[in-house]
Write a protein that binds this ligand. Structure first.
Ligand SMILES: Cc1ncc(COP(=O)(O)O)c(C=O)c1O
Length: 417
């Protein structure tokens, strides 16, 4: 068979190797449209007319020439995220960290200053203090809930960028995005918000003044724990510039990952509603549990400005709590005892995931630094999944009982000494 442009050739006149390479490929354009966007696993694209290829290369018309520059499956994901975040455009990246790196790099140059929340994700903290510091970009870390201190810092430092997360990790504090955006813009700074913990179903930072929204799509957007990715949602102009930069640095998301993420997004509202409702119930249940000293859940007045920030009354699927009198040994026992909840890094999955911040996300901090930000040895973070909520609480209950049995045995052993 030979396609109209003569480039699909399975003719027996061709040698075996030629047919092995070309036969069946580049079929004539169909007149049907697949309901779900296909995966385009191709590194390059060609056109019937070479002039068209030239125009696409020259950005004179839309199209695809090379997957590092863009790919139709990835583009479908970008279109979906921009729509959900209410931005003009979006650019997908190979991971959340690649997106955060690209977003910061675009805003700064040697000598620029950044003001960031003290409790940003550990890798973001390390990126700012190591990679960007090496480039001559200094970061001042602040308590992002203290607006008076933040205003003073922004006036003094005159940052190019202010950066924080919609819901902080692991204490689940919610900054007032609109107020911070006013402070940042008054001094000519841009505002970047990492919306990973909330997802665009719960919070749309651009509605409150953010210039750049980043996500680790590995989490709620993908939702199934089977793909790593990131995205920046922003203006058309900034997205175009980010794409040009990505052509040079190559942090592009592949089409397979884009397809999985796009598939995950279709059930985002269903999952996040279920996770939020279950998380609120788990938080209330934990607050009454005798083995629990403290519970953090967004929306509590001391945890920030949730009411004005969230799109409605859902507050997300993340909960953290302190096991009473627990040190590392008790938390390890708690993890070992779990039968349904999975003690694995990450969040936003359909599975309930359990994490020990002192062991994982905040390991690089000294115990004193952790204590200063309120992260003790007994703190546990939950990312509530979509299981039956009674199964989640009964699993947590039996694991907390195992900790209590351990504590009582230790207490009676020491009194016998
Ligand atoms: C808030 C937040 N931002 C960014 C990241 C980084 O995302 P990724 O692991 O996809 O690079 C994470 C990862 O846990 C995160 O929790």
């Amino acid at each position: 068979m030979v396609s109209p442009n003569g480039r699909t050739d399975s003719s027996p006149a061709r040698g075996f190797a030629s047919r092995a390479v070309h036969a069946g490929e580049r079929a004539p354009k169909p007149d049907f449209t697949p309901t779900a966007t296909p995966i385009y696993p191709t590194s390059s694209f060609f056109y019937d007319e070479t002039e068209t290829l030239d125009a696409v290369f020259g950005n004179e018309r839309e199209g695809y020439v090379y997957t590092r520059y863009g790919n139709p499956t990835t583009r479908a994901l970008e279109t979906a995220v921009a729509s959900l975040e209410g931005t003009e455009d979006a650019v997908a990246y190979a991971s959340g960290m690649a997106a955060i790196h690209a977003a910061i790099l675009h805003e700064v140059q040697a000598g620029s200053r950044v003001v960031a929340a003290r409790d940003v994700y550990g890798a973001t903290y390390a990126m700012l203090t190591k990679l960007f510091a090496q480039l001559g970009v200094q970061t001042t870390f602040v308590d992002i809930l203290d607006l008076d201190a933040l205003a003073t810092t922004i006036r003094e430092v005159k940052p190019a960028l202010v950066a924080f997360e919609t819901i902080s990790n692991p204490l689940l504090r919610v900054p007032d995005i609109a107020a911070i955006s006013r402070l940042a813009h008054a001094e000519g700074a841009r505002l970047m918000v990492d919306n990973t913990f909330a997802s665009p179903y719960l919070v749309n930072p651009v509605r409150h003044g953010a210039d750049v929204v980043v996500h680790s799509t590995t989490k709620y957007l993908g939702g199934h724990g089977d793909v790593v990715g990131g995205v920046i949602a922003t203006t058309r102009e900034r997205a175009a510039a980010l794409r040009e930069e990505a052509k040079l640095t190559g942090p592009t998301l592949g089409p397979f990952e884009a397809w999985l993420t796009l598939r995950g997004i279709k059930t985002l509202p269903l999952r996040v509603r279920r996770q939020s409702e279950s998380a609120a119930r788990v938080a209330a249940w934990l607050a009454d549990h005798p083995a629990v000293a403290k519970v953090n859940y967004p929306g509590r007045s001391d945890l920030g400005a949730a009411a004005g920030v969230f799109n409605d009354d859902l507050r997300g699927g993340m909960v953290s709590f302190e096991v009473a009198d627990a040190g590392q040994a008790e938390i390890f026992r708690f993890f070992q005892a779990l039968r349904l909840c999975v003690p694995a890094t990450s969040l936003g999955d359909v599975y309930t995931l359990v994490l020990h911040p002192a062991m994982s996300s905040h390991r690089a901090l000294t115990p004193e630094q952790r204590a200063e930000v309120g992260i003790g040895e007994g703190l546990v973070r939950l990312s509530i999944g979509i299981e039956d909520v009674e199964d989640i609480t009964s699993d947590l209950d039996q694991a907390l009982r195992a900790v209590n049995a351990h504590l009582s045995a230790a207490a009676s052993a020491s009194s016998a000494d």
